[in-house]
Design a protein around this ligand. Structure first.
Ligand code: TYD
Length: 212
């Protein structure tokens, strides 16, 4: 069977500064060379709900953490089903969708402020619409991530503080544990070179897709 005709949904997760976007670019390049149709996307989206969220994360709009958590779930539903470029449609058309963050980000980030069970429940509709073929978690030491962010930016978003990043990492592992029977998760050691991390990720991608 030629898997190239079958769409896939591959999610990348990690704390801020873990190198998700760089790795997504590399994996996208490798898949395209092998003939796959690749669609890269991200959350929060650049749609209307995602734009509202970004204004909140930058501090431009004052808000409450529960409101942010609810908006992320709504942004995700729109990201999945909107008629223009919804993920569900792309996967159905046969694309390999690479997504920078999905519901595990919600579980990890919002469980700092509310019950993780609530966040999982708030996203159950999204899980019903589409579960990732694999969620790749790039695990990088929060201290390294924080240094990377500090050296590359002049302003910081709401969650870009070292103690928050440590808590978020812990929450990711709690969520992986809570959902281990339902979800396919690959934890990658992201502390080595970019090329080594890329190759490890590619091996995980190969498990759900055929690469020449
Ligand atoms: P991020 O991937 O860092 O985007 P960018 O690098 O383009 O700014 O995401 C922005 C922030 O959003 C990040 O701190 C994590 C947070 N976030 C949540 O709190 N909940 C979610 O459900 C998602 C998808 C992201």
């Amino acid at each position: 069977m030629d898997n190239k005709t079958n769409g896939r949904f591959i999610v990348f997760e990690g704390i801020d500064g873990s190198g998700k976007s760089t790795q997504i670019k590399q994996i996208s390049r490798r898949l395209k060379i092998s003939g796959y149709t690749v669609y890269s996307t991200f959350e929060p989206t650049d749609g209307p709900i995602g734009s509202l969220i970004r204004q909140m994360l930058s501090g431009e709009l004052a808000t409450d953490q529960r409101t942010i958590a609810s908006l992320f779930a709504a942004d995700r539903t729109d990201h999945l089903v909107n008629m223009e470029n919804g993920i569900r449609h792309k996967v159905d058309q046969g694309a390999v969708v690479l997504c920078d963050r999905y519901y595990f980000s919600s579980y990890a980030y919002h469980a700092q402020y509310m019950d993780m069970e609530w966040v999982i429940h708030a996203n159950s509709l999204n899980a019903d619409i589409l579960r990732p073929d694999v969620t790749i978690f790039i695990d990088v030491d929060p201290k390294i991530c924080f240094e990377r962010i500090k050296n590359s930016r002049s302003s910081f978003e709401m969650y870009e503080k070292i103690d928050i990043m440590k808590k978020v990492r812990t929450n990711y592992f709690k969520a992986f544990d809570a959902l281990k029977g339902l979800e396919t998760i690959a934890v990658i050691d992201g502390n080595s070179t970019m090329e080594a991390v890329e190759n490890t990720i590619l091996n995980e991608v190969k498990k759900v897709i055929k690469i020449s």
